[in-house]
Design a protein around this ligand. Structure first.
Ligand code: FES
Length: 272
């Protein structure tokens, strides 16, 4: 009774009976994450100039360096005589890093791409993985349990991102006076939208909304049930929001860099 069925898995790293391009997804994901890490490292420690630009008095801030806490009067940060190597991203990036690094989808990605555990369904993993076995969220992976707390911090960051978008919309120069739109507004607005979708499709947020309830019968729990349903819909595409929002952080930064260096021009599209 209850005898396990032995799957026809071939033994040896990467060996499989699969005939599709099973390796393409882990390779693409591994390449994407490595490129993101290298670019961030370069921007933080080797080239932290041109983090924003002005367009007729409006400010467009790079998503990597937002929020620019070093300009905040709060906590006296703007008056802080900080070491030269300190920049806004170094002070703030631990929040998006912590949030993304502990994300349930991200765990799947790095387990597959960097640990080959498993590399893909029905594809054999390295012998060392079999020897160690799955240890759960222990030792350094204990950190993953902080995901919900990073979620709270990420929600604050999202609000600041939208606040940044409003700064791209306020023009006050001789040529333009009032509120409007520039190309930078669309770039930053789209980045803030994708990030909002990534956060609102989070598994931990879904659980917070209504995951621990058995029934949604009282008035409050009915509202939570509706929220749970909506988040569940967004949650189905959590991987999509993860990658698109991550990509746009870098595209947004490259846009700011190019405009600040005068290689590309932003322009005011509308003022009212
Ligand atoms: Fe991915 Fe929360 S599970 S952000």
């Amino acid at each position: 009774m209850g005898e396990g069925i032995k799957l026809p898995v071939l033994n040896g790293l990467g060996r499989t009976n699969r005939i599709d391009n099973w390796w393409s997804q882990p390779v693409a994901m591994g390449t994407g994450l490595t490129a993101a890490l290298i670019y961030t490292f370069w921007r933080l420690f080797f080239y932290d100039a041109d983090i924003s630009y002005k367009l007729h008095g409006s400010t467009v801030m790079s998503p990597i360096f937002s929020p620019n806490v070093l300009e905040w009067d709060l906590f006296g940060l703007s008056a802080w005589n900080h070491p030269e190597w300190v920049n806004a991203a170094i002070l703030v990036l631990w929040i998006p890093f912590g949030f993304r690094g502990t994300c349930y989808y991200m765990r799947r990605v790095y387990y597959r791409t960097f640990f080959a555990s498993p590399t893909a369904c029905w594809v054999d993993e390295p012998e060392i993985n079999k020897a160690i076995g799955y240890q759960g969220e222990r030792r350094m992976f204990l950190f993953n349990n902080l995901h919900r707390y990073f979620l709270y911090a990420a929600m604050v960051i999202i609000l600041i991102k939208w606040w940044d978008v409003t700064h791209t919309m306020h023009f006050h120069s001789a040529a333009h006076e009032g509120y409007g739109l520039s190309i930078g507004t669309f770039v930053m607005g789209f980045e803030a939208f994708l990030l909002t979708m990534y956060v609102t499709s989070c598994h931990a947020l879904r659980h917070l909304a209504g995951g621990m309830l058995d029934r949604w019968t009282s008035r409050i729990s009915r509202v939570r049930g509706v929220l749970f349903g909506k988040i569940s819909i967004a949650n189905r595409s959590h991987g999509f929001w993860f990658w698109t929002s991550l990509t746009f952080v870098f595209l947004g930064d490259i846009w700011v860099l190019l405009v600040a260096e005068g290689r590309v021009n932003d322009m005011v599209l509308l003022v009212i």
